[in-house]
Design a protein around this ligand. Sequence first.
Ligand code: SF4
Ligand code: SF4
Length: 289
Amino acid sequence: MADVDIDIEESPFQASPVTPATFDEDHVIKFRCHKGIECFNACCKSIDIMLTPYDIVRLKNRLGMSSSEFLRQYTFPFEFDKNSIAGVKLEPVEGTTQCQFMTEEGCSVYEDRPTACRYYPVGLLSLRRADENFDRASYALVEEDHCKGHLEDREISIKDYRKEQGLEEYDENGRAWRRLVLKMKSSGPAIGKPSLQSRQLFFMASYDLDRFREFVRSEGFQNTFKLEPDELETLYQDDLALMKFADRFIRQVMFGEETIERHPDAFEKHVRRREEARKLREQAGDDSE
Ligand code: SF4
Ligand code: SF4
């Protein structure tokens, strides 16, 4: 294990007691959670839940709101590390640590609950070897005193637990973003702190998808990038397609991984427009004298 760096921050349970052992998905745990259990809802009364972009898509669509409205009402931003890469977490009910989606009957957004809620009490960890630039899935167990699910008489492998909790779809749709965050975190010391503009673009393209869609619609974007009309139409309609495109866009802007074609004369046009705008400003200044 000497060449393996366990990035515990990738766990959705940063503040929780994670047992100091990692497992693969064949590992069997003893756990069951159900409505009749004495601790029902206890975990939702004290939350620390990081959201993935896919979590946000599912929740904002369930609630019939835009990503901007959802972010404002249900989340708060935090920084992953000193390089100021922003993440978002669920904002508890004001003045408490309780989830806004918790009701007496349980989770009010159960079918669309976030990845971290589905995983609990399993922690998804990220293992990175010194000579590799990608993550390997590994798991840990979170054992908290208030959670009586560990005392239930049911054994299940982590693989089957992930299936039961619908996590294959969530992990599939969250993988590209996790890798992107890992890349940003691991290359941070090499490239330094990203500029404010890069960080703002990262935030918008990762979490505020409806705003990113408006950006893609904008004249400035379309004067710079060359997309076919049917590709643009898909991005206007389909959140998942836009989410995947956002990943390519961030990688292009932040790491120079060029996968989105640019108009050949985009830079010259941009310079020309700036020059014209400067002249107009100067003229306006002359006229007002
Ligand atoms: S989203 Fe649902 S499952 Fe997750 S903490 Fe809130 S109430 Fe609990
Ligand atoms: S068993 Fe654990 S996960 Fe289930 S309601 Fe109780 S505290 Fe929450």
